[in-house]
Ligand binder design. Structure first.
Ligand SMILES: [Zn+2]
Length: 494
């Protein structure tokens, strides 16, 4: 039986074109060692191979034979990654092939690399399919909501600690380090045996960057562009040039960076990286509230829960000039009546989340104004989701959320099912421990009119409304403060 399964895996590797016939014996011997087999007999197998059924069979065998000790997901994932690695070309060969295809076209290169990352199950497509996704139509352009069942939730205070305490003693120092390539994985470190990163040069730094796909794939072709050296997140003029250079090389991809400060940055502050992909985000449909033209550059204030100034033009240097003016002005900007302070006690608070996409041959640069001040009244941040919303979203609001895609914790799925039961059958929510954090929200939901036949849709809308409010909390100029935002832009451009 195990011989048949190994044959299926070999056949699958051929079907997905990641095994060179000249490497077959080498690959099979690697698998035999891992599965403690003494020999191998080639067999004809049914085509096409069902990868997930085959891998499930192999992992079951490994557990039965005591090769795997328990049934923890991380142990199985680590082992599966190593099995797939037996068939995969070495990193240098993948890099060579990517750049060879790139000479044909950037799109061919990314298509091939993305398909490969899915074929090896490095991107866990069958888990991602279980995510619940829908659209929420509220006050702004429709938002995308995803309840993510493939990734654990992080606490913002632990993220902030990560930035301070990331000592080199950890190996790999973080989840984005190059040392992850080929790393077997542990109970709390992701399997990376089948992980591959290709090299990029950005803004004149030859091969200083790595390009990979996100194993969680929050949206189509979700990629990560990382500095090969483990250095902290930052946003400055160089960042903007690096983003421009990336879209010049991959014009079919959007790219953005999280802010480099705690609270307003993303979940990994210790390693300089960007995120991008091939996806149309809700922010791209935002209405324009105010518009200027300045030397062939169009500048827009968008109708969006966060404060966004969009700069568009065909000349990258002209666009960069305006972006830099906005950035410089914002870093020094104070407006005490709105609670905006550029710095307190020598600590800077103003930064931006920059996002860039080429649209109809023009650079469209989203400058999202952020401030990370925390006060005794708002210890998590004045422009951070208020604690009353943590039951839905506790993590930092990074560039993906900024663009209108909510990535909500997987626990919500079962919690919403339980809330639904309470709303329909009158079950007592206070008796369900997992719902403790939702109690004020449930009480509020009970006061709203909803169709008992359609509670699922009602709850989805209400979750969307909370996410919209979460984003509004992160806006430095609220919707009513548009005149102040317009004044800021005009002063910055003067
Ligand atoms: Zn790192």
């Amino acid at each position: 039986m195990i011989n048949r399964l190994i044959n299926q895996l070999v056949q699958y590797a051929y079907e997905k074109s990641f095994l060179n016939p000249a490497d077959q014996d080498y690959a099979v011997n690697g698998v035999l060692y891992l599965l403690r087999q003494d020999g191998f007999v080639p067999e004809e197998v049914d085509r096409p191979v069902d990868f997930f059924a085959t891998m499930a069979g192999i992992l079951r065998y490994a557990r039965e034979k005591g090769i795997l000790s328990g049934d923890s997901e991380s142990e199985s994932d680590n082992f599966e990654g190593k099995l797939m690695d037996c068939f995969l070309p070495r990193p240098a060969e993948i890099n060579r092939r990517f750049h060879q295809l790139y000479r044909e076209s950037p799109q061919q290169a990314t298509n091939w690399f993305y398909d490969l990352s899915m074929a090896t199950n490095y991107i866990k497509t069958e888990r991602i399919k279980k995510n619940l996704t829908y659209q929420y139509v509220g006050k702004y352009a429709p938002l995308d909501i995803t309840i993510n069942l493939s990734k654990p939730e992080k606490d913002p205070k632990l993220i902030a600690l990560g930035k301070k305490d990331s000592k080199e003693a950890e190996y790999p120092a973080c989840a984005l380090c190059m040392e992850n390539v080929g790393y077997y994985g542990t109970a709390d470190k992701a399997p990376r045996s089948n992980h591959r990163v290709v090299s990029l040069s950005l803004n004149g730094a030859d091969n200083a960057w790595g390009f990979q796909y996100s194993p969680y794939s929050y949206f189509n072709e979700h990629c990560i562009v990382l500095k090969k050296i483990h250095e902290p997140m930052r946003v400055d003029e160089d960042t903007f040039c690096e983003l421009i250079d990336f879209v010049n090389q991959f014009p079919h991809y959007l790219i953005g960076s999280n802010a480099g400060l705690p609270i307003v940055g993303g979940s990994i502050l210790s390693h300089y990286h960007f995120q991008g992909g091939r996806y149309s985000f809700p922010i791209e449909k935002a209405a324009v509230k105010h518009l200027w033209f300045k030397r062939k550059v169009q500048i827009e204030v968008l109708d969006w829960p966060l404060s966004v100034v969009c700069v568009q033009g065909s000349n990258p240097n002209a666009v960069l000039d305006v972006v830099n003016r906005l950035f410089t002005a914002w870093k020094a900007y104070n407006l005490p009546e709105l609670g905006i302070y550029a710095e307190t006690e020598g600590e800077a608070h103003n930064t931006i989340t920059p996002i860039l996409k080429i649209v109809d041959g023009e650079y469209r640069f989203y400058v999202v104004l952020r401030n990370n001040l925390a006060t005794p009244e708002r210890p998590y941040g004045v422009f951070h989701p208020r604690e009353a919303y943590f039951h839905i979203k506790k993590e930092n609001i990074g560039l993906i959320e900024v663009m209108g895609l909510a990535v909500l914790p997987g626990r919500l799925k079962s919690e919403l099912d339980q809330i639904k039961e309470c709303l329909i059958s009158g079950k007592d929510e206070t008796a369900i421990p997992e719902l403790a954090k939702h109690l004020p929200w449930i009480a509020e939901l009970r006061t709203k009119g909803y169709d008992p036949e359609n509670v699922d849709a009602f709850l989805r809308q209400e979750v969307g409304a909370v996410f919209e409010s979460v984003l509004e909390d992160c806006g430095v100029f609220k919707r009513n403060d548009l005149p102040a935002l317009i004044r800021f832009v005009e002063e910055a451009l003067r």
